[in-house]
Design a protein around this ligand. Structure first.
Ligand code: OGA
Ligand code: FE2
Length: 405
């Protein structure tokens, strides 16, 4: 999840080199940027206000509870509208049990590896989140500082343990004053966090394993059929799917989760889309649409939560202060909770449409979502992202192949 907007609050910047790598959380960028009112970006444009014929289109969920038939590969499926802000549509039995099992088998065969998410401290500095600018860090503010800089999600008990083991909170008032902070060697805090999270990987924003499956490379009949079904469902130019045909298969074990995040990023970001650059380069995710497929029945937990669905407004800073980003603790507090059911698909659009171009517009903040903690058993899903870029003519040109690695 991006941290933009927070910069206005930090009072002190502690320069610490390569902190993120020190705690072992350097990784690929997963999401960046955001559409917030702070950015002066209008997040509220919808397809209905389009001034030009859209080049890309959205399905219309009509209203919550609406059920519509969709015919995919000659078979009729029912699509139910779960939410309109953001629009989340559900198709049960989108995949057969055999198809689900097959995708899991393919992923296992390919080899699963640990999922990684971005961390914003690549610049090598820590932003101290003194939100109320009283020159001291409350427990919540320190928790937020650590979340923001290290991608580590601690609760108050963890923090008190750290204060006591490092002797940080000298007057025992659970606030860390400027003097107490400056009296602390930053390395000791980093070492403590590194050790703590090494022993407790579930304290990271995401704990899962994953594999990437490429239909065009593996030529698997069943995967090809699933891909065709996705193409028919979304009704977008098929070239978008053909050019970026990968499925991300994710496995969560016990305590596995993915805290609240956005799948895409602010459209206004000046960086190129990640699928147009070599890995490692600074880039933004350009995922117009998410198609999430549930591949098994989960013994306990593992729902997908949309914490701010249908809220009137959204303020990133207060959301982060609330701690509700943590979907181990706050799954049930989410406004929309979608249980994992084998074979089900849910889809949503990470971006608005731009009424003047008919192409992708700003990100829809209300798509904030994540995978709740798995309390028992395993959870398997497959993500299919429909990627776009601001080079729309190139996106739609069959001869243009971005040079990525
Ligand atoms: C993701 C994601 C949700 C889930 O992989 O990006 O949001 O329910 N997953 O696992
Ligand atoms: Fe996601």
């Amino acid at each position: 999840m991006t941290k933009s907007g927070m910069h206005t609050f930090h009072l002190i910047i502690l320069p610490i080199v390569l902190l993120c790598c020190a705690v072992g959380i350097c990784g690929e960028t997963e999401e960046q940027g955001t559409c917030t009112k702070d950015d002066g970006v209008d997040c509220g444009s919808t397809s209905s206000s389009l001034e030009v014929s859209p080049i890309i289109t959205k399905l219309d969920g009509v209203e919550v509870g609406h059920v519509q038939d969709v015919i995919l590969g000659g078979k009729t499926h029912q699509m139910t509208t779960l939410s309109m802000k953001p629009q989340v549509l559900e198709i049960k039995h989108f995949l057969t049990d055999e198809e689900c099992d097959h995708v899991i088998r393919l992923a296992k065969k390919d080899g699963m590896f640990d999922s990684v998410t971005n961390t914003p401290t690549k610049s090598g500095s820590v932003k101290v989140m003194d939100m109320n600018q009283d020159t001291a860090l409350s427990l919540r503010e320190f928790i937020l500082t650590i979340e923001n800089s290290f991608d580590i999600y601690l609760d108050e008990d963890d923090m008190l343990k750290m204060y006591s083991e490092l002797g940080m909170d000298r007057n025992g008032d659970t606030e860390i004053s400027r003097e107490e902070l400056h009296g602390q060697d930053p390395k000791s805090v980093i070492d403590w966090l590194t050790d703590y999270v090494d022993k407790r990987p579930y304290k990271k924003s995401r704990m899962s394993r994953q594999a990437w499956l490429y239909p065009s490379k593996i030529h698997d009949k069943i995967l090809d059929e699933i891909q065709e079904r996705v193409v028919s469902l979304v009704g977008l130019p098929r070239i978008l799917i053909d050019k970026n045909d990968e499925f991300q298969v994710v496995q969560y074990g016990p305590k596995g989760h993915y805290h609240a995040h956005w799948d895409s990023g602010s459209w206004a970001e000046k960086y190129p889309c990640c699928h147009h650059v070599k890995s490692g380069a600074r880039c933004k995710s350009c995922r117009f649409m998410t198609v999430l497929l549930y591949l098994n029945e989960v013994e306990g937990g593992g729902a997908t939560a949309f914490p701010i669905a249908n809220n009137e407004t959204f303020d990133e800073n207060s959301f982060r202060m609330s701690g509700k980003i943590n979907l181990h603790r706050h799954c049930e507090d989410a406004n929309l909770v979608v249980p994992a059911e084998k074979g089900k698909a849910i889809i949503w659009y990470n971006h608005h449409l731009d009424p003047t171009t008919g192409w992708v517009g700003e990100m829809d903040s209300f798509t904030l979502h994540g995978g709740c903690g798995v309390t028992s058993g395993h959870k398997w899903i497959a993500n299919k992202w429909i990627l776009v870029s601001d080079k729309r003519d190139k996106d739609l040109d069959p001869n243009f192949r971005p040079n990525r690695t």
